[in-house]
Design a protein around this ligand. Structure first.
Ligand SMILES: *[C@@H]1O[C@H](CO)[C@@H](O)[C@H](O)[C@H]1NC(C)=O
Length: 234
């Protein structure tokens, strides 16, 4: 899913059609895309969702979908250090928070360890200036908490509910008005084919310490400002 997503960004935001992935790239990265996903909109799809820890229903909150390094020229490094394998023992102190904030939603239900290992292998190892495994995951959790997207939206009366439709432009404005820069909103469709809020795309600095202006704004793959979308309860 992420690969398709990146294709959209690359082919539109940066006006190039050919993805060039620099393996084991040496250059410092310029920014990260931080993808925050609304789990209610995954659970509502035909595929549905499976949370790693049951029977407990997770908190109704956005989750981290991905944190991906990019260069200004629209290319991105990937799989930068195969010797630097994900090691759960290095993030044991974060495990509870990762399970809540960065869970795997795929079915059949599994733990989220594979997801974290994949993200670390593909993206985390490419953070440069280098973040350790612990720093990468901790920084993602911190920035997600700092953004507090659910709160940002509820303050503007944009709340999960089964009946309302919200204009994408109003959602983007609500986020921007808090001083956060947002590149766009990804939509997916529920079982009835209605568009709904899937992910918000934000950008961070290379240390994942602050939200920054996104250098590229995807133009397809994101929903247009006038689209009316649902924000379904979880
Ligand atoms: C994009 O920028 C990075 C970092 O400066 C560089 O390593 C890479 O070769 C560049 N790729 C292209 C296609 O310009």
């Amino acid at each position: 899913m992420n690969r398709v997503f990146l294709l959209f960004i690359l082919s539109t935001a940066f006006g190039i059609s050919q993805i060039q992935v620099s393996l084991g790239a040496g250059a410092s990265i310029d920014f990260f895309y931080l993808l925050l996903q609304w789990p209610g909109s995954q659970c509502n799809t035909k595929q549905g969702c499976c949370f790693p820890v049951l029977p407990k229903k997770p908190n109704a909150d956005f989750i981290i979908a991905s944190l991906q390094p990019f260069y200004y020229n629209g290319t991105f490094p990937k799989n930068c250090d195969s010797t630097n394998r994900f090691d759960l023992s290095k993030v044991m102190d974060l495990k509870k928070s990762l399970t809540e904030n960065w869970p795997s939603l795929t079915c059949p239900r599994s733990g989220s360890k594979k997801l974290w290992a994949d993200e670390w292998r593909k993206y985390g190892t490419c953070s440069k200036p280098a973040l350790t495994e612990h720093e990468y995951f901790e920084a993602a959790l911190n920035i997600k908490k700092k953004v507090n997207l659910l709160n940002v939206l509820s303050n503007k009366a944009i709340k999960p509910d089964s009946k309302s439709y919200y204009r994408v432009g109003d959602i983007l404005d609500a986020i921007r008005n808090t001083g956060l820069n947002v590149a766009g909103i990804y939509c997916n469709v529920d079982k009835k084919g209605k568009s709904q809020l899937d992910q918000a795309i934000l950008c961070t600095d290379p240390k994942v310490s602050a939200i920054v202006e996104c250098p590229g704004i995807p133009m397809t793959g994101i929903c247009g400002g006038d689209t009316a979308i649902k924000f379904p309860p979880l």
